[in-house]
Structures are given as structure tokens and as C-alpha cells.
Design a protein around this ligand. Structure first.
Ligand code: NDP
Length: 344
């Protein structure tokens, strides 16, 4: 299998790249600059001609991917993960919406026009496109989101609220919707799969030189749970549904080829986790965090029993995804974050 992978230097993209290469696929990684291409090649040094890079400096430019999608041998699959999620970089609505929506459409257009052999495109969407953030998160009976749900937020409402979370949510919703619309209207040679994870945590596969360079979700863990203090308030739960990056990558890799995945959305959600749960896991595993991680009320669930969740039933049944324990996710992540902190 030959795969074109966008966002290959990011947190999620580098795990997908690692799993694709490990299973013997040949991959072209799309990144924004030569320096980022060099870093990808340095992070995955032993794959020779199985790994090459293409540079697309601006994924919103017309025809941005026209060159990248052309290859001999040709691509079978495209996996599109690149999209803005860094709140220290994306500051306004267009910083989120343009790369997410136009970027997705540019990938689809270039594939349709120049890579007719591509059979499937897998897109990293998000539970931000699924969950209704205006609903009571603790409503009874418990709300269990499925692939039939869409976040009702509109661009107009998001613009009115001037809230980065809303900008991100609509960027993911309309990027995914644009892809499904493209499929219906343009009837290309490829089919589509979208992967919709909630908050993604877990160990890093790409090089990160400093804790200041962490991706959005893992940066949250460092800032609020590691670089804090025993007596600080336990952080708000935020989006309390989460999953491990390794399962997210596995879902992309399996969805790339399984015939049964055709034209489906897949929620990849390990379950719910409260900030108190995360504090307890970290404090128990790392004596050096006893003065740095909020203590709160040890053992308290920290979340209402009716707090909403997202069902991964389809991913378990169709893709065979099994979820690791929260301990594995958060302890392995924190160990690595402490190492990055020490070496930077
Ligand atoms: P990272 O920030 O680690 O990676 C994002 C990737 O997208 C990088 O390759 C980045 O390139 C690229 N990118 C970001 N903004 C732009 C832009 N304006 N133009 C071109 N490329 C851009 O984040 P993640 O790995 O966490 O995110 C990957 C995908 O997963 C995204 O689609 C995100 O929405 C989705 N997702 C992430 C979740 C999470 O909790 N982390 C949850 C659910 C979905 P560069 O390095 O050059 O900036």
C-alpha cells in the first residue's frame, strides 16, 4: 500500500506514520517546510525509500496538493490529518476555519483531478464535530453520542461568541461536512472514512524539544497537571471524553484499507476521565509529582455519573479497536513530559 499522509510531523500524524511504516506501507509525508521534512526523516531514520516527503507551504492555496498527489507507484490511500488545533498559534476564526475547510477541499480536489488511482481518503475529524457543547453535559438520562450526531454550532454563532473553542469546533464540523458534500456532488473514484476522536492524549512519537512546543491536548496535561502545585484547585474537567493516540492511529491505519469501513464515520473514544482521576493517576505513579500535581479529593470520581459519553461501538465492531487503560495513557505521557522538561 502506498499512502499520502498530511500533518505527518504532528502528534497524531507521527503515530499514524509510525504504524504505517511498521506494517510495511510506503508513505509520502506532507509537511509545511523543509525543516519539518528533515525532522520527520530524522524521527523515522530506518525506512529508506519507503518514506519520502512533499512540502506544501500553504494548504489553502488553489491546487496546493496537485504535485504532492502525483507519484510512481501511485497512491492507494490518502490520510489527511493536518488542521489547526494550537491555540497559541491560531488566534482568530480564519486561522482555524480556512486551513481546516479549504485544506480538506484542496486535498480532495487534487486527488480527484490528478490521482485517479486513490481508492480511499481517511480524514481526521473530531468529536468536536459530534458533541453538542451547548447541551447540559450532565443531563439525565445520560447522553451517549454516536456517529449519527453532529454539533449544532454554526459559523455565525461561533463568530458572535469570539471563543477559540467554538472556532475549533466549527472548523472541524465544516471541514468534515465539506468532505461528505464533495463526495456526494463530485462522485470521485475514492470513498471516504472520517475518524472522530475526543481529546487525544498519550506518548509522543515525534521529537519535541521543549514543553513549550507540545501539541494542544498534551500541553494541557503538562500545564494543568504537572507544572502546577499540590494545593492548586483541581482543573476544570474540560472535554471529559478522551482516547489514546495509539488507538486513534490504529483506527486510521485500519480504516485505510478495510472494505467495511467505506463511507463511515468512526468515533474513537476510550471513555470519560475527570481531572481528579488524572491527578490521582499521576500522583500515585510519580513521587516527584507529589508537590506539583493538584491533590484535590483523592478517590472522588470528579464527574457526574450522567456526564455524557461517546460510543465507540462501531469502531470496536468494524475496526476491531480495543482501548488501553487510562493508567497506560497518562502515566506513559507524563513520564515522557518529565523527560522533555529535564532535557530542555
Ligand atoms: P498537532 O498540532 O500536533 O499537529 C497538527 C498538524 O497539522 C501538524 O502537522 C501541523 O503542521 C498541521 N497544521 C496545523 N495548522 C496548519 C495550517 N494552518 N496549515 C497547514 N498545516 C497545519 O495536532 P494533533 O496531532 O493533535 O492534530 C492532528 C489532527 O487531529 C487535527 O486534525 C486535529 O483537529 C485532530 N484532533 C486532535 C485532537 C487532540 O486532542 N489532539 C482531538 C481530536 C482531533 P505544522 O507543524 O507545520 O504546524
Amino acid at each position: 500500500q502506498r499512502v499520502l499522509l498530511t500533518g505527518a510531523n504532528g502528534f497524531v500524524g507521527s503515530h499514524i506514520l509510525g504504524q504505517l511504516l511498521a506494517q510495511g506501507s510506503s508513505v509520502r509525508s506532507v509537511v509545511r517546510s523543509q525543516a519539518k521534512a528533515d525532522q520527520v526523516l530524522a524521527d523515522f531514520p530506518s525506512y529508506g525509500s519507503k518514506l519520502d516527503c512533499a512540502i506544501v507551504p500553504d494548504l489553502t492555496a488553489a491546487g496546493a496538493f496537485d504535485q504532492a498527489v502525483i507519484s510512481t507507484p501511485s497512491f492507494d490511500t490518502v490520510i489527511h490529518t493536518a488542521s489547526p488545533f494550537l491555540y497559541r498559534v491560531a488566534k482568530n476564526a480564519s486561522d482555524f476555519l480556512d486551513p481546516a475547510i479549504k485544506g480538506t477541499l484542496e486535498v480532495l480536489k487534487s486527488v480527484k483531478a490528478h490521482a485517479p488511482e486513490v481508492k480511499r481518503i481517511v480524514i481526521t475529524s473530531s468529536c468536536a464535530a459530534v458533541v453538542d457543547f451547548t447541551a447540559d453535559p450532565f443531563a439525565s438520562p445520560q447522553k451517549v453520542y454516536t456517529e449519527d450526531d453532529w454539533n449544532p454550532m454554526t459559523v455565525e454563532k461561533a463568530l458572535g461568541a469570539e471563543n477559540l473553542n467554538f472556532f475549533y469546533q466549527v472548523s472541524k464540523k465544516y471541514a468534515e461536512k465539506s468532505a461528505w458534500d464533495f463526495l456526494e456532488q463530485e462522485k470521485p473514484n475514492f470513498d471516504l472514512v472520517t475518524i472522530t476522536p475526543p481529546m487525544i492524549y498519550g506518548p509522543l512519537h515525534h521529537s519535541v524539544k521543549s514543553v513549550k512546543e507540545l501539541n494542544q491536548s498534551n500541553g494541557r496535561i503538562y500545564d494543568l497537571f504537572i507544572n502546577s502545585s499540590k494545593t492548586a484547585d483541581v482543573p476544570p474537567n474540560g472535554m471529559h471524553v478522551y482516547t489514546d493516540v495509539r488507538e486513534v492511529a490504529e483506527a486510521h491505519v485500519k480504516a485505510a484499507t478495510m472494505p467495511e469501513a467505506s463511507n463511515q464515520r468512526f468515533i474513537i473514544c476510550a471513555g470519560r476521565i475527570s481531572s481528579q482521576n488524572i491527578c490521582d493517576l499521576l500522583r500515585e505513579a510519580f513521587p516527584e509529582l507529589s508537590e506539583r500535581t493538584p491533590e484535590g479529593k483523592k478517590g472522588d470520581p470528579g464527574l457526574s455519573p450522567t456526564a455524557y459519553t461517546c460510543s465507540s461501538q462501531r469502531a470496536m465492531d468494524t475496526l476491531g479497536i480495543q482501548f488501553r487503560s487510562p493508567k497506560e495513557t497518562f502515566v506513559e505521557l507524563a513520564k515522557q513530559l518529565l523527560e522533555i522538561e529535564k532535557s530542555s
